[in-house]
Design a protein around this ligand. Structure first.
Ligand code: C5P
Length: 300
């Protein structure tokens, strides 16, 4: 038997970050949107545990951490431990989500592993338990299970779906060199030593979503980590400007970066902006959101 689960990348339409808590994590008020860049994770019965990965030609296979303490291994062990069984499976990941790009690719793989292995091992884990295991694995993992568009609070792990009836078109420009999320948060602390305990709220984005108007959403997009990411990667400022000069309504760093996002008027505009950015950047992708969270696509 094999099970394939597809899990989406996330973007943050709003990312309000507060001063670090006692546990070192930062309180967030964020609006996640799942977009159509997805990783597919396939699991098959096996007497042991193996993990392999395949990547599109633009991605460096060595950049994907599949050995050592990787998040898919941790997901499998956590689920197996929860049920008191041995984690046995052959797992392969077909990646499309940029690695270390601020789009939660590792979190998507962890969410996909929970859903796929739950089926393979015929565990029937209740959704609430899966969400709890997901939160133990990482702040963004619960959202990868839920998908759609959701308000995230706590350290990002508490997610509540929000209405988002429109389809939004994005141009995505990954970077050859990733950024470390903890390093970006550390730079945030240096640049914003007086950050408030309570992060800035997401009302403007939530209201913009209900209008379905990309011009209004463009003005509402907000990312408190963007100054820190730009400080570590000043070249990204040129990319954001180029995208806006090329017809995007707004350029934004994705989460902790370095992937840059461009909101466009519609699908045609996205393809035009992508064509212009492709003249200077090797990898330029077009996608839309919201899309579903981790879900089974084949079961045989
Ligand atoms: O939860 P996750 O493992 O994805 O977090 C990775 C790192 O990002 C944390 O170790 C921490 O340095 C930083 N982080 C943070 N505050 C958050 C989420 C992540 O400081 N809310």
């Amino acid at each position: 038997m094999t099970v394939t689960v597809r899990a989406p990348a996330k973007i943050n339409l709003h990312l309000g970050v507060g001063a670090p808590r006692d546990d070192g994590f930062h309180p967030l008020v964020t609006v996640y949107q799942a977009v159509g860049l997805c990783d597919d994770l396939t699991v098959a019965r096996s007497p042991g545990w193996t993990l392999g990965v395949s990547v599109p030609e633009w991605m460096d296979v060595d950049s994907v951490p599949v050995t050592g303490d990787n998040i898919v291994d941790r997901a499998a062990h956590l689920l197996a431990q929860h049920h008191g069984i041995a984690p046995q499976a052959a797992v392969s990941i077909a990646k499309s989500i940029p690695v270390a790009g601020g789009m939660a690719g590792g979190s998507a793989d962890a969410a996909a592993a929970l859903v796929a292995l739950d089926r393979l091992w015929e565990l029937g884990t209740p959704d609430d338990d899966l969400l709890q295991l997901a939160a133990e694995l990482g702040s963004d993992v619960p959202f990868a299970l839920v998908g759609g568009t959701a308000l995230g609070t706590g350290r990002g792990e508490q997610v509540e779906p929000v209405p988002d009836p429109a389809t939004w078109w994005w141009v995505v420009v990954p970077s050859a060199q990733g950024l470390s999320t903890p390093a970006v948060y550390r730079r945030f602390d240096e640049l914003a030593p007086d950050a408030p305990a309570q992060p800035v709220g997401a009302d403007a984005v939530l209201l913009a979503l209900s209008t379905g108007d990309p011009g209004i959403l463009a003005r509402a997009l907000h990312n408190d980590l963007e100054p820190a990411a730009l400080d570590l990667r000043p070249d990204l400022a040129d990319l954001l400007e180029l995208g806006e000069l090329s017809g995007a309504l707004r350029g934004l760093v994705s989460g902790s970066g370095p992937t840059c996002l461009f909101l466009t008027e519609d699908a045609d505009a996205a393809r035009e902006v992508a064509a212009r950015l492709s003249e200077e950047h090797d990898v330029v992708l077009v996608t839309n959101g919201p899309v579903a969270g981790a879900h089974v696509v084949t079961y045989a």
